[in-house]
Design a protein around this ligand. Structure first.
Ligand code: TYM
Length: 329
């Protein structure tokens, strides 16, 4: 059975971008693959979170993962920092990665621009830690949104290079995986390209119906089309993309037609969109509330997940150590 792995940074709560871009695929994949879904708490260190928030944040995502339908009996759910084998592989991979290629990664360039006072080495080597996450389980498929494509390219490069340097065929090249035809990019409600925690334009899975309706009704639009069949400007395209992701095809087509014959009323469209989002989120929200209160259960799940993930990672690392020339564990 093929191995699948994916992760999310615990810097806040899950939002629609995480859900449609990744978690929805996790839920579908757990029935068919050997799945590892983890919480990337080491990755979140690039922004220096407070010590008292670290475990709390991981637990929040753990509860939300389960509320979305990830089943700890089917998939291995674990917290990254519970599996220290990852760090050993991270070190080996870093030895074969070059400054120039890491500096060229767009997410690094963006972060360096946004937080010029904190361009740390962890930020630079973020893609190699991600590669270690994936390669330690020799995962073949990685369900991620479009925003992770470049990091995935680096992970493939790490696998290829390791195999080449040591003349082995050990690491499979991990492939991006999405359920539809294309990678999903969930746009923000502010007209910007991407829904994201650091963009402050999210709808969160824990939010109640009233808040969701209010947020969607406030989504940025324009004064409407003036010519039939005209091209949609960026902000409107984003609203339609959201609808394409969250609503049925019939609903999308209905409003698309209204756009084309210039009779569209954005208020109606947003109302419909809000209802469709609420329909998806409301049951998840209820489960989040229920699951979050059972700390003992969450601890049990995390402990079990860590055990399984460490077993798999140790097996890989044992081989890696032999290939590089070290004594096996
Ligand atoms: P993160 O925490 O930013 O996002 C988690 C997942 O959600 C997807 N996502 C989106 N998809 C579509 N549209 C959006 N607006 C949107 N926002 C977020 C992301 O593509 C991702 O799949 N580096 C990763 C975490 C990570 C990881 C890994 C992922 C660490 N190691 C190994 C896969 C494999 C990150 O920061 O994701």
């Amino acid at each position: 059975m093929e191995t699948v792995l994916s992760g999310i940074r615990p810097t806040g709560n899950l939002h629609l971008g995480n859900y449609y871009g990744a978690v929805q695929s996790f839920v579908k994949m757990q029935n068919e693959y050997n799945c590892y879904f983890f919480i990337a708490d080491w990755h979140s260190l690039t922004t220096h979170p407070k010590p008292e928030d670290i475990q709390k944040s991981a637990r929040t995502i753990l509860a939300e993962y389960i509320a979305c339908g990830i089943d700890p009996e089917k998939a291995t759910i674990y917290i990254q920092s519970d599996v220290h084998e990852t760090l050993e592989l991270y070190l080996y991979l870093n030895m074969n990665c070059y400054l120039g290629e890491l500096e060229r990664v767009t997410t690094f360039k963006e972060k360096a621009r946004k937080q010029p006072e904190n361009v740390n080495a962890g930020l630079l080597t973020y893609p190699t830690l991600m590669a270690a996450d994936i390669l330690q389980h020799r995962a073949a498929k990685v369900p991620v949104g479009k925003d992770q494509e470049q990091n995935m390219e680096m992970a493939r490069k790490c696998a290829r290079r390791f195999n080449y340097i040591y003349g082995v065929d050990f690491f499979p090249e991990p492939q991006n995986f999405y359920f539809g035809d294309n990678a999903i990019k969930v746009p923000g409600l502010d007209g910007s390209g991407k829904m994201g925690k650091s963009e402050g334009n999210c709808i969160y899975l824990f939010e109640d119906e009233k808040t969701i309706r209010k947020k969607v009704m406030k989504a940025v639009t324009d004064s409407g089309p003036t010519e039939p069949n005209s091209e949609k400007p960026e902000v409107i395209k984003n609203l339609f993309t959201l609808m394409e992701i969250a609503s049925t095809k019939d609903t999308y087509d209905y409003f698309d037609e209204k756009w084309n014959d210039c009779s569209i009323r954005y208020g109606d469209m947003k109302k419909q969109l809000a209802e469709d989002i609420v329909k998806t989120i409301a049951p998840i929200r209820e489960r989040i509330i229920e699951i979050s209160s059972d700390e003992a259960r969450l601890d049990r799940i995390a402990r079990l997940g860590a055990e399984k993930a460490r077993e798999s990672a140790a097996k890989t690392l044992n081989e890696v150590r032999k290939i590089i020339g070290f004594r096996p564990y």
